[in-house]
Every structure is written in structure tokens, then in C-alpha cells.
Unconditional design. Structure first.
Length: 132
């Protein structure tokens, strides 16, 4: 059997072991940590959108900063308008549109939450058809 000799110098040490990133990536617990971090980031993003949506419900004038006339629209029209704005904003990530400008996606997502909430409330309050 061959003998493995490790040099005492840092240069010799680096040749025998993979880099730290590779060791971490190979370790079974790193997958769990990565998944936990991604879940925490997603939860934070949802919490930010919910907080912005509550602020927009409290002050509908904030919807006007996204698109003029948005706060006076019916909920269904608001959902359609915001969905088209969301598509445009996602396609213009690197450059701003001269008409729309740069709209943060978390503001659009929050406004979409507001529109969906208003639509659900409208459906709940509307008179229901009785079964025949």
C-alpha cells in the first residue's frame, strides 16, 4: 500500500482536500439548510406582500401610484389590469418602460392581493342565487 504524505505547508494541504464549497455542497445537511433558507426567503417575500397589501387597503391612494385610476376600478377589472402590468414589469426587468416606469414587483404583487381580496369580498356580499 502506498503511503500518503501530507505536506505541512498550506500549499500542500490544498491539493489533498477539495475546496470548502465542494465539501459543503457534498455534505448531506447542506441540502436541508439550502431548502430551509429558500423557504424562509419565500415566507419573508409573502409577509412583505401581505404588509404592503394591508397598507394599500388602508390607503387606496397608494394604488394610484402604480396606475392612475386603479383605486376606482372594479375588482375584476383591477385584477386584469394588474395581471397585464405584472407581465410587462417582468419582461422589463433590466430597463424601465417610458410609460409605466419602473414598478417594484412586490408592490404589484401586493396590489394583486388587494384586488383579489376585494373581489372575494364582493362575491361574499353579493346576493346568492337560491338553488331551485
Amino acid at each position: 500500500m502506498g503511503r500518503h504524505f501530507r505536506s505541512g505547508s498550506p500549499a500542500g494541504f490544498g491539493r489533498n482536500r477539495p475546496p470548502v464549497e465542494e465539501r459543503i455542497r457534498r455534505h448531506p445537511s447542506s441540502l436541508r439548510v439550502t431548502i430551509a433558507m429558500e423557504r424562509a426567503a419565500l415566507k419573508l417575500m409573502r409577509d412583505v406582500a401581505k404588509r404592503r397589501a394591508r397598507a394599500m387597503l388602508a390607503d387606496p391612494g397608494q394604488l394610484e401610484m402604480i396606475a392612475p385610476g386603479l383605486s376606482t376600478m372594479a375588482p375584476r377589472a383591477m385584477v386584469v389590469s394588474l395581471a397585464s402590468l405584472l407581465r410587462v414589469a417582468r419582461s422589463l426587468r433590466s430597463s424601465a418602460d417610458p410609460v409605466i416606469g419602473r414598478i417594484d414587483l412586490h408592490n404589484l404583487n401586493a396590489a394583486l392581493l388587494v384586488a383579489r381580496f376585494l373581489r372575494r369580498r364582493e362575491l361574499r356580499l353579493s346576493p346568492r342565487r337560491e338553488a331551485a
